[in-house]
Design a protein around this ligand. Structure first.
Ligand SMILES: [Fe+2]
Ligand SMILES: [Fe+2]
Length: 140
């Protein structure tokens, strides 16, 4: 089944290799693992891919996101981070949103908006994770 990775309804043609660094080693490693999994989905674009395979990859990615968010939330709570609520809310919005869903068109083609997922992560890391990491590193 053909998979089309979307970028503003055009084909997604570039590949992110690294997210912005937070200088918090564990966080950066977890972000890299998430990005590697996103790129693995992109690689399926050039193959005939089963819908079930992609759904499984996205389910695993969702689990990784949940574990990653839990890690950040535990770190924030343990160190009394004052912006915890805003950050937690952003995580919840992501998990209840449609960032990790595939759509099927009338021709049976699968579409996945990897661009939106990458952009969400870039924004989140820059505006939420980096200030958090700075605080965590200063309060270890
Ligand atoms: Fe976060
Ligand atoms: Fe993060």
């Amino acid at each position: 089944m053909p998979l089309t990775i979307l970028s503003n309804n055009k084909k997604f043609s570039y590949k992110w290799l690294q997210f912005p660094k937070t200088c918090h080693e564990e966080l950066d490693q977890q972000h890299q693992i998430l990005l590697d999994r996103m790129n693995a989905i992109k690689e399926k674009q050039s193959q005939e891919t089963k819908l079930a395979t992609l759904q499984l990859m996205l389910a695993k990615l969702q689990t990784l996101f949940m574990q990653h968010f839990e890690y950040e939330e535990q770190q924030m709570l343990a160190r009394g981070y004052s912006l915890f609520s805003d950050h937690f809310e952003e995580h919840q919005k992501f998990l209840t949103g449609s960032w990790l869903t595939l759509t099927l068109d009338a021709q049976g083609h699968i579409h996945f908006n990897l661009d939106a997922l990458i952009q969400w992560n870039l924004y989140h890391i820059n505006h939420f994770d980096r200030p958090m990491a700075e605080y965590l590193l200063a309060h270890t």
